[in-house]
Each structure stands twice: as C-alpha cells, then as structure tokens.
Design a protein. Structure first.
Length: 425
C-alpha cells in the first residue's frame, strides 16, 4: 500500500470525526443492525489519532462492542489452571477492566491451537458480545447463549441451544455473534424447525423459532426491505430471511456452503450480497416484493477465491458499491476492493490489506489490515484515495473494528486499543 504520512498534506483536509449531534454506541458485532456503518462524521486530527489506552486481549478473534460507557470483548485466560473463555467489560474511556465472567472452556480442537492451515496460532473465542446498556449477550463457541448484568457481569439467564433446541454445532465450533434487534436477541444453530431463534432480552423467553437449515459462522444482519423488517441469515443452504418480529420465512436464496464461512450478509437497498471462501465465491440477489410475499432474484455470481470471495472479511456498502477485503486467507497481500453491488464489476483494488476488516464512517473507510495498520480512505468508486494510516496493533488482526463517539476500538490476538479521532493534538 502507498505510504501516507500522518501529518503531511492532512492539515487542510476537512475529514473529520465529530461525535456532536450524531454520537452513537456500537452495541454489537459490526454495529447497529450489523452493517458496520456509523453516521458520525470523520476527520483526521492534526498529528494523527491519539491513543487513549491499550489492554491485553489474549487469543481469539472477538471484536469490541461499545454501549453506555463500557466496551466488551471475549478473551481466553487460564483461571486456576483451567483455560477459560471470559467476557471482559472495560471502561470505554480508560480501558480499565471492570469485570470478567467465564462463559465456557477455551478449547478449539479443530482450530489454531493445533496450528491449522492459514491460522498459525492465536485461535480462541471468535464471537462478539452484544449489549443494550443494561444487559450483555454472549453466544459461546459451544452454543450457550448468556445474558449478563452489564453492571457486574452476573448471569441473568442462559440458554443451551444444543440441549434445549436440538442444536448442531460445526467443526471449528460456532463463531456466530448474537444480534440485538428491538427487544429481541437472535442467534442460529437449533435443529429442525428451530434452526433460527429469537429470545426476549428481558427474561430469555423464546419469542420465535424458524427453519431447518444448518448454521454457519456468519452473524445475521437486520434490514428493512420492502417496508418489512427482516433478519437475514447466511446458512449452509444459502441466504434465509425471516420476519424480525415473528420469525416467519420471507425468502430464500440458494448459495451452498462449503467447509466454512463467517461473512455476514450485506444489504444495499433491495440487494443482498453474500460471500464465502473455499472456491465458493460471491453473489448478489435482488429481493422483490410481490403480491404473494417476497422472492430473491440472482443478479450475478462469481466462483473461485478471487474477485468477490471472502472467508470472514465482510464488506460494507455505500451508494450501491461494496468496499472490503475480499480475498481468501491464502492471499497474504490481499487487496481492499470496490465492487459494483448490482453487477459484480470490480471498480478498483489496492493490495496490502490481507484478511482484515473495516467499517464505514460517513463517507470514509476505516480499515484494520491484518498486520495491525489502520488505514483511512475515501469510499469512492472512482479510485483508491488514501487519507492516512498508522500502526495500531501487534499480533494477528482478524477482528472487526468498532467506532463510538469519535473513538476507534481495535484488537488483535495480543492487544486491544482505543484511538481518539476528535483531538487535534
């Protein structure tokens, strides 16, 4: 990637990160509704972003969620001789650890703890907590859905999806994150007739269950299409959309699973994009409302590990274009790409990002490359235009960045950090 100085040429740019008036939390994986978009404006501070804090985040690929002054993530720690997964609550302003609650044994027998191909260590908890200010929700690798008190980390309720709903886990164990939608929390992984599940946040009561398809690692996305609020899952058979309130099936789009995928569906208007690695490729469908309900019509499909394929790096959408690190894990110098959502046409690509992740802040991309660099670039289909970059982290960065009140929250398999974009230091 083209190197850009933190200071040179940036003083006169009016990019800027001003939380005033539009400041918001980032309450779950990929933010509100799972779109990885914030409406906060972004400005590169004179002298570059200021590091506010760092903290140890040993192993795993969990991201940060930010809600009501706290930030949450999952780590693996040895506690009294036992390897455990812990949900950590940190003060969002200082990084001070407020509490840590065990959510299961940290054992991943088919993952990086055996040096699996493409993942030379660092494996651990991969899902991201979701929070509503009062409660924190965790979906463990063993498909236990926890609700914790945000003030002290104490368990409020718990659901064992495997035992209570005929759950079927997958080879590398679940990486799916819970999705908060209204007063519900949604997951997948149940058995026949209850593959997709929604629970009431307040007491854990089952709100609805739906479908037969087996789960993937992909976290669902919430969106409104044709005036109907929907939860869109990427299951092993393809995309499945259900009514967010009732769980009623709305539409399906075939996109057969192979081996593994962790990419969430991406919605732009009435078009939905899905992607997977291991030669599966990418596709987009248009969701059409008819007199009989909804139907999904394929717009385009690519196959193989190039162009629109990704294992876990989910793109963002702006004005009909996808921006993301769309490449298979074998491409260490994987590019950041811009693709026309409607046609699948590649508009541009910039090498050097690997299999990291990104978010959209106003009209700018904030990308965390897998080598720990944070890069800010314009979200424009015309060309790649970099604004600035800095080295944020050491360790493997396969987690998704989070943004709240002008602050960027990022982590690796070794360390987590928070950077302030509002201070012209």
């Amino acid at each position: 990637m083209r190197a850009v100085s933190l200071e040179a040429g940036l003083v006169g740019m009016s990019l800027a990160c001003a939380p005033a008036g539009v400041a918001s939390d980032w309450p779950q994986y990929r933010g509100v509704s799972g779109a990885a978009v914030t409406q906060e404006t972004l400005q590169w501070p004179k002298g570059g972003p200021k590091q506010l804090w760092t903290t140890d985040t040993p192993t795993g690929f969990s991201s940060f969620a930010v809600s009501k002054g706290k930030t949450y993530t999952l780590v693996a720690r040895t506690v009294e001789g036992a390897p455990l997964t812990l949900c950590l609550a940190l003060d969002a302003a200082t990084g001070k650890e407020l509490w840590g609650t065990p959510t299961g044994v940290a054992k991943f027998p088919s993952g990086g703890d055996r040096g699996a191909e493409g993942n030379s260590g660092g494996d651990g908890p991969r899902s991201t907590p979701a929070a509503n200010g009062e409660r924190v929700f965790i979906y463990s690798a063993d498909m236990l859905l926890y609700c914790l008190d945000a003030n002290n980390g104490r368990e409020v309720w718990k659901k064992d999806i495997a035992k209570e709903f005929g759950g079927r886990n997958i080879g590398w164990k679940s990486a799916l994150s819970p999705l908060i939608e209204g007063d519900l929390v949604c997951v997948a992984g149940g058995g026949q007739g209850e593959s997709m599940l929604a629970f009431k946040q307040a007491n854990g009561e089952l709100a609805w269950k739906s479908g037969d398809a087996a789960m993937t690692h992909a976290t669902p996305t919430a969106a409104t299409i044709g005036g109907v609020r929907q939860i869109i899952y990427l299951m092993q058979t393809g995309l499945v959309s259900v009514n967010a309130t009732s769980g009623e099936l709305l539409w399906k789009f075939p996109f057969p699973y192979l081996t593994a995928t962790g990419c969430s569906p991406v919605v732009g208007g009435d078009i939905v994009f899905c992607t997977a690695g291991y030669e599966v490729g990418g596709a987009a469908c248009q969701v059409i409302k008819t007199a009989n309900g909804f139907e999904a019509k394929q717009l385009w499909r690519t196959r193989g590990n190039s162009t629109a394929a990704s294992l876990w790096s989910t793109p963002v959408q702006k004005d009909g274009y996808l921006y993301g690190m769309l490449s298979h894990k074998e491409f260490a110098d994987g590019p950041l790409k811009c693709i026309d959502l409607k046609t699948g046409t590649l508009k541009w690509q910039q090498p050097g990002f690997g299999t990291g992740n990104l978010l959209l802040a106003d009209k700018y991309l904030v990308a965390l490359a897998d080598n720990g660099e944070v890069v800010v670039a314009e979200a424009s289909p015309e060309s790649y235009k970099e604004i600035g970059r800095f080295k944020a982290l050491t360790g493997k960065c396969w987690s998704s960045p989070a943004w709240s009140q002008g602050r960027l929250f990022v982590r690796s398999t070794q360390v987590g950090a928070c950077f302030d974009f509002t201070s012209n230091n």
